[in-house]
Design a protein around this ligand. Structure first.
Ligand SMILES: Cc1ncc(C[n+]2csc(CCOP(=O)(O)OP(=O)(O)O)c2C)c(N)n1
Ligand SMILES: [Mg+2]
Length: 519
């Protein structure tokens, strides 16, 4: 057995059974070891941003890490934007990054770079292998540490000689670090705040947005009159019919300020204090009212369910939550296609237990609102704001949950960052429907341009936010990667294509031609 084979063995006995890969020469022994393994699924991705985004989507749905396989500093840095989104999502992920052989580094060959510098930007734990045996030991540690703090990114740097040198026994799997309990004093403080009759919001993020936690929070709301609020960009929100609904904080700062103004108290549950996504001249960054009292009940990675159970008990919460979502969809529209019409169709057609990867950007927010009363589903969003996440995330989510329909709500500009994901969706025979929202524009940036007060834009400025010259033909792009694709210009065409897609399995793309917003 060589170091690469020992590492593979250790990863698998540690529960890692899928690897999103874009390898190079320094990873050839690892590729060979994956090829020889029975239990490790290998998913080739044609850009590293697809690798990291897919590993994120996989982890959000499977609650365990995928491995990535990346090529030296340049390969790793190509994966960076979606590493960032994954870090913000708080998911477990295990990067395996090949490096030059230990004795080769001194020669500064062309692909040599500051690999640790790249890796440290997103990785909470990093190990650099010194030998073949050390490599599999680091594999065990990396998987274990990926579960720390509720989920984090770990990286094993694998010099080529550590992969090809002979190894002894593969390292044994290591237990995940235990979650810390929520402090007693904080539970007591929450009981006090929830009982003082002030207007209180429970601001939820992370794992507090899973259905089991939401049930408890809904009961706590029923006992106390508190309102359940949701961070603007949740990693995974379980919603739809039968679930406990939450109110999502708006994206635009002025709307968020108004939304939060009346809350005298905010109790943070696995979430951060609400701040504006960007600064705008003369506008507030801090979104809660100045007099709002804020407390953190639980932080990411703490044992949330026992704490919520204890809180519900102390408050003698009723068995039923304050609210439960009932079915809701609006009548379908006719005529030229619009975001509103897409939302209505989705609300009506989303199958039970669908997974939505929302990188719809300007279109996504409206469609989200429409789907409130759709069948029970999981909604995944752009946690770190670095676009190019939606398609890879859908790919990973689908591989984690192959029996569930995945819908990628995908804005056109963002889709161009990681289009290669379409190819892997086809190759892996995923059950993904991509709704490609073609507005031929960086629409949000037209809005932001006005909001930051940069002055009256001229044509040259506006051209930097415009995707209509030439218009991107998404139907052809998808077909070029082997994916069934159709274009919808009207509400009726869209609805019938979506209906067809929801009724069958397999990857396909619906290019939704929606109006181009004008600045
Ligand atoms: C990695 C990264 N690069 C650039 C940006 C800046 N940016 C934010 S939104 C956006 C354009 C989004 O356009 P599109 O995806 O078509 O969505 P639309 O606004 O049209 O709904 C850009 C370039 C970013 N957020 N992340
Ligand atoms: Mg667009």
């Amino acid at each position: 057995m060589n170091g690469a084979q020992a590492l593979l063995h250790t990863l698998q006995t540690s529960g890692v059974d899928i690897c999103f890969a874009n390898p190079g020469t320094s990873e050839m022994h690892l590729v060979q070891a994956i090829g020889q393994s029975d239990g490790m699924r290998a998913v080739l991705c044609l850009f590293e941003g697809v690798v990291s985004g897919a590993a994120d989507g996989y982890a959000r749905m499977a609650d365990k890490p995928a491995a990535t396989l990346l090529h030296l500093g340049s390969g790793f840095s190509n994966s960076m934007a979606n590493q960032h989104n994954a870090r913000r999502a708080g998911v477990p992920m295990v990067n395996i990054v090949g490096d030059h052989a230990t004795y080769h580094l001194q020669y500064d060959a062309p692909l040599t770079s500051d690999l640790l510098g790249h890796v440290h930007l997103s990785s909470a734990w990093t190990g650099v292998a010194q030998s073949a045996d050390h490599l599999s030991q680091l594999g065990a540690e990396a998987v274990s540490m990926s579960y720390a703090n509720g989920g984090q990114i770990t990286t094993v740097i694998a010099p080529a000689d550590c992969s090809w040198d002979p190894a002894g026994e593969p390292a044994k799997a290591m237990a995940a670090p235990p979650a810390e309990p929520v402090e007693e004093a904080l539970l007591e403080q929450a009981v006090q705040l929830l009982g003082n009759r002030k207007r209180t919001g429970l601001l939820l993020g992370g794992k507090a947005l899973r259905s089991e936690a939401l049930e408890l929070l809904g009961r706590i709301a029923a006992a106390t009159g508190a309102t359940l609020l949701c961070e603007t960009f949740p990693a995974r929100l379980q919603r739809g019919v039968g679930r406990v609904p939450v109110q999502r904080i708006p994206y635009f700062a002025e709307q968020a300020l108004t939304f939060l103004q009346s809350y005298e108290q905010l109790i943070l549950v696995d979430s951060k204090a609400p701040v504006a996504f960007f600064a705008y001249p003369g506008k507030a960054s801090w979104l809660a009212s100045e007099s709002c009292q804020m407390m953190t009940l639980s932080k990411r990675g703490q044992a949330l369910l026992p704490a919520l159970n204890a809180l519900a008990d102390r408050l003698q919460a009723p068995a039923e939550p304050a609210q439960r979502q009932t079915p809701m969809s609006l009548p379908l529209k006719q005529g030229p296609l619009s975001v509103d019409a897409i939302g209505r169709s989705l609300a009506a057609l989303l199958p039970d237990q669908a997974i939505v990867s929302d990188e719809g950007n300007t279109s996504g927010l409206g469609i989200y609102a429409h789907c409130m009363g759709a069948a029970a589903h999981d909604w995944l969003t752009l946690t770190g704001g670095a676009i190019g996440q939606g398609l890879p995330l859908a790919l990973g989510a689908s591989l984690a949950c192959p029996e569930r329909k995945v819908l990628a709500l995908q804005a056109d500009g963002s889709a161009m960052y990681t289009t290669q994901a379409l190819w892997s969706m086809v190759r892996e025979q995923t059950d993904i429907t991509v709704v490609l929202l073609n507005n031929s524009s960086y629409a949000i940036l037209n809005v932001e341009l006005a909001r930051v007060g940069a002055g009256i834009p001229n044509d040259k400025t506006l051209s930097m936010l415009d995707l209509s010259n030439p218009v991107i033909d998404w139907t052809s792009i998808a077909r070029g990667m082997g994916m069934q694709a159709d274009r919808a210009n009207t509400c009726e065409e869209f609805h019938s294509l979506l209906q067809e897609a929801m009724a069958q399995r397999g990857p396909r793309l619906i290019e939704a031609m929606i109006p181009t917003p004008r600045a």
